[in-house]
Design a protein around this ligand. Sequence first.
Ligand SMILES: Cc1cc2nc3c(=O)[nH]c(=O)nc-3n(C[C@H](O)[C@H](O)[C@H](O)COP(=O)(O)OP(=O)(O)OC[C@H]3O[C@@H](n4cnc5c(N)ncnc54)[C@H](O)[C@@H]3O)c2cc1C
Length: 396
Amino acid sequence: MIDFELTPEEEASIQAAHKEAEETLRPIARYYDEHEHESPQELINRMWEAQGESMLGLGVAAALRIEETCWGDAGLMLCSPSSSLGGAAILMTGTQEQQQRFLKKFGEGDPKWGAMAMTESGCGSDTAAISATAVQDGDEWVLNGEKIFVTGGKRAVDDSDGLVVVWATVDKSAGRAGMKSFVVEAGTPGMRVEKVEKKLGIRASDTATIIFDNCRIPYENILGSPEVRKIDKSQTAGFKRAMATFDATRPIIAAMALGVGRAALDFIKETFEEEGIEIRYGLPRHQLSAIERDVMDMEANYKAAKMLMLRAVWMMSQFQPNSLEASMAKAKAGLAVTRIAQKAIELMGPLGYSRKCLLEKWMRDAKINDIFEGTGQINMLIVARRVLDYSREQLK
Ligand SMILES: Cc1cc2nc3c(=O)[nH]c(=O)nc-3n(C[C@H](O)[C@H](O)[C@H](O)COP(=O)(O)OP(=O)(O)OC[C@H]3O[C@@H](n4cnc5c(N)ncnc54)[C@H](O)[C@@H]3O)c2cc1C
C-alpha cells in the first residue's frame, strides 16, 4: 500500500529545510542569478557540513526537503556539493566495490561534486547516438570525445576532488550494446573543462563542456559487473541498467520543479491576499472570476504533479520498478511548473515581468525541468510506450 505518512522527525526536517530556504537561499537568489559563475562559497560550505543526500534511496521526506530547498532557489540547490547525478549512476550501475571506492570521498574532507556526462552535440534525446569513444589499451581505457551541458561539471573537475561519470561507446557498430559508462576522477590528465555555459535560468548552477583527449583511466573504472561490461552485440543489459539511473533522478527533478512552481504560486496568493482579492474555493466554476479559475487551475496542476512525484519517489524508496511513474512525474511536473510560472507573471502584469520580484526568475528557472533528464516529449514518449506496450522501434 502506498504510504506518504511522515514521522514527526521528518515533518520537522521539512520545516527546517523551508526555514533554511527562506532565510538563507531566498535572500541571495537574485545576486547569484545576476552574478552567473560566481560561487556561493559560504552556502556551499554550509551545505557540505549538512551533507547532501545521494539521489538514490531517497524517500518521500527527502524529496519534500528538495522541494522546499528549490522553493528557496533551484539554482543554488544545484550548487549543493554531493555525488549528484554521477553518484546516482554509480549506485545504479556500479558494483558494491565501485560504489565504495568512488563514493567514499563524498563523506569526507572538502566539498566535492559528482557529475554525469552523456550529452554531446549530436546526442541528446537519442542517447544511442553517442560518439565519444573508449578504447581498451592494456589495463587502461583511453577516452576521447566532447561532452556538453554537464551540470556541476566545472565544480566536479576543476573546483574539487570530484568525479564525472562519462558515457562512451566501446564499439560503435554494436549500437546500444556498445555503450558503457566510466568514472573519471578529477585531476586525471586528458580531462579538461572547455567552457561554462551562460544560461537562461538556474544560473548559479555551472553547466560545462568537458573534453576528453586521450584521457587514460584504470580498466576497473568501467562501471558494472563483468556481465554488464561485456561487449556482446545482442546484449543491451548494460545500457538498460544505465538508463535506469533516470528512474532515480527523474522523480527528484520533479520535486525540484515543484519547489519552483510553489514559489510562484505562494507569491501570487500572498499578493492577492494583501490586495484583498479572495480565492473563493467551493463555488461552481461558472461563478468564479477568471483570476480564481486561473489560480485553481495552477493549484490543480501543482497537486497532480506532486502526487505523481510522491508515488514515483515512494516506489523508488521501496525498490519497486518505477520507470513509468518516474517519467510520468517528470513530464507532468516539468510542464506544470513552466505553465504555473508563466501564468503567475501574466496574473501579476508588469510587476511579474519586472525584476522587482523573483517571478521572472522563476519562469526562467522553471523551463530547465522540462529539458534535462529527458525532455517533456521524451518522457511522454516513454510513458506512451509503457502504457501501450510498444517497443522503442514501434513508437519513436
Ligand atoms: C542547463 C542544462 C543542464 C544539463 N545537464 C546535463 C547533464 O548534467 N548531463 C547530461 O548528459 N546532459 C545534460 N543536459 C542536456 C540535456 O539532457 C539535453 O539537452 C536533453 O536531453 C535534450 O537533448 P538535446 O538538447 O540534444 O535536444 P534534442 O534531442 O535535439 O531535442 C530537441 C527537441 O526535439 C524533441 N524531440 C527529440 N526527439 C523526439 C522524439 N522522438 N519525439 C518527440 N520530440 C522529440 C525534444 O523533446 C526537444 O524538444 C543539460 C542541459 C541543460 C540545458
